[in-house]
Structures are given as structure tokens and as C-alpha cells.
Design a binder for this molecule. Structure first.
Ligand code: MLT
Length: 271
């Protein structure tokens, strides 16, 4: 398991980013979802470190990285931040990009903008489709409400959607820790990201062009990026592997780390 002692900081694009960087060998970049931070990968940081160099940053606006300094935080900006972080770390070898949910939305942009840096993709509990007009409007409404009332109501709303019922019942401490991470995020960062998420583009037309080994993982009870939708995504990516994780919702790597780590280990071992 990772601790705050493992956290280090670096400067990239004139901003300070916090990250964990552990192990040696094949670089694996773990990119968290929204509105979370690197601690959502705590079981992968512990469980995969013998397989490569595991790098888990806090994205701009989250965790201990720089607060968001702009009104709209786009997936493109987050992808470019990650490329700059890799450069600052002097990572020259191609990486495996492992993103959960928003981390997956960023993966599409990383593939489009920095594809030459990719050795493989792991897409966890994410979507290729953009927001519907109604969902985008709801995000903008929530952004305004967060700026007005703070993040607590939003964290409450998210917690109810992120975990499957078994996790909520059996792992209350885990749920409380994630709620705390969300509540600690500044309103301007949450609002800017909501605006960026609302305007992200449709990645579905790109799926057939992805030509790196790809693993697609989803919690069987995920209500944000449902298994059927992720199965269709996997079918559109040539040669990809699809794994459904039992007893997990949207945060499968936290909810069932044993099954997730097993799938990732097998994938990494065959690269
Ligand atoms: C996430 O986990 O990153 C979010 O649920 C993504 C989203 O709101 O679409």
C-alpha cells in the first residue's frame, strides 16, 4: 500500500504536480477518475510494483497537485500535462496508460496527441461516448452549484454512484476515505473539470484505429460506465481483451483489487 511518504512533487508546464513513482522497468501510468486522486490506485501501487515502474500522479486540480487555474479543464490539457510529467521524469520508453473513467477520457486524448508514447492501454470503467446534451447541461448546472454551495453535496451524489452495494456495506472505511478525497477538492477545480467533461468529444470513431495492446476492465455493477457499453467498446478496439470484475461497481480497482490486479498482471506479463 502507498502512503503519503511515497508522494513526491515535480514541476511540469510551470506547475507543481504530486505523484507516486515506484519500481523499475516498464513504465505504467495510473490515471485517476473524477473527482479523485492517486489514492484510488493504492492497491495497484502495492500490487503491481514488481512488474514495472508504476507512476500515479494527481492530475491538475486534484489531490496535492496545483489547483485548477482556468475556468474549463479539458481532457486535452490533462493529456498534455501527463506528457509533460513523463518528460520531467525522463521517461523515454513507451508507457502503458491505465486510466479509470475520466482517466480513460484522458487516455483517448493521450492516444490522439501523444500516441507515439504508448505501449499499451488499460481502460477501466470508462466510456468512449460523449455526454448527451442533457448530461452536459446537468454538469454545467452542477458546476454552478458547486461554486455556489461547495463540493459536499456533489461528493455525496458521486459516492452513491461509484460503489456497488456490497462495497458500501462491507467497506465503509474505504467509502469514507474516497468521500474525504472528493470533499477536499477545491470547488473551482471540480467546476472547471465538470465544464471540461461536458465538452469532451466522441472517441468512438477512433476505437477501430487503436493499434496498441488494450485491456478493457469493468466492475460488473458499474452504473456510470455499464458493462454492456464497455463490452461494445472492447469489440470496437482490434484485438482488445474484455474482463468483467465481480463484486465491484465503478471503482473496480479499489473495490476488488485482487481480480483487477490479476487481470492487469496477466496483461502486462504478455506485453
Ligand atoms: C469518473 O469517475 O471519473 C467520473 O464518474 C466520470 C464522469 O463523471 O463521467
Amino acid at each position: 500500500m502507498t502512503t503519503t511518504n511515497d508522494l513526491r512533487s515535480l514541476t511540469a508546464r510551470d506547475h507543481t504536480f504530486a505523484l507516486v513513482d515506484k519500481g523499475r522497468g516498464m513504465p505504467v501510468l495510473l490515471v485517476h477518475g473524477f473527482p479523485l486522486d492517486h489514492t484510488m490506485w493504492q492497491f495497484q501501487l502495492g500490487g503491481l510494483v514488481d512488474l514495472g515502474r508504476i507512476i500515479a500522479p494527481d492530475l491538475r486540480g486534484f489531490g496535492r497537485s496545483v489547483p485548477c487555474d482556468r475556468p474549463i479543464l479539458t481532457m486535452e490539457t490533462l493529456a498534455d500535462d501527463l506528457a509533460a510529467i513523463l518528460e520531467a521524469l525522463q521517461v523515454e520508453e513507451p508507457i502503458v496508460f491505465c486510466g479509470l473513467s475520466m482517466g480513460g477520457y484522458v487516455a483517448w486524448e493521450f492516444w490522439r496527441r501523444h500516441g507515439q508514447r504508448l505501449r499499451g492501454l488499460i481502460l477501466c470503467d470508462t466510456r468512449a461516448a460523449p455526454d448527451s446534451p442533457e448530461a452536459a447541461a446537468q454538469r454545467l448546472e452542477n458546476a454552478a452549484k458547486v461554486m455556489d454551495q461547495g463540493v459536499k453535496f456533489f461528493a455525496e451524489m458521486m459516492v452513491a454512484r461509484l460503489f456497488c452495494p456490497q462495497t458500501a456495506e462491507k467497506q465503509p472505511d474505504l467509502v469514507a476515505a474516497i468521500r474525504q478525497v472528493m470533499e477536499n477538492t477545491l470547488p473551482q477545480s471540480v467546476a472547471a473539470t465538470l465544464r471540461g467533461l461536458a465538452q469532451r468529444v466522441d472517441a468512438r470513431p477512433w476505437l477501430s484505429q487503436i493499434n496498441v495492446p488494450t485491456l478493457v476492465l469493468v466492475g460488473e455493477h458499474d452504473v456510470v460506465s455499464p458493462p454492456d457499453e464497455m463490452d461494445s467498446m472492447a469489440q470496437a478496439i482490434p484485438g482488445s481483451k474484455f474482463v468483467k470484475i465481480p463484486e465491484a461497481g465503478h471503482l473496480a480497482p479499489l473495490e476488488n483489487p485482487t481480480a483487477v490486479n490479476l487481470a492487469i498482471r496477466e496483461f502486462l506479463s504478455n506485453l
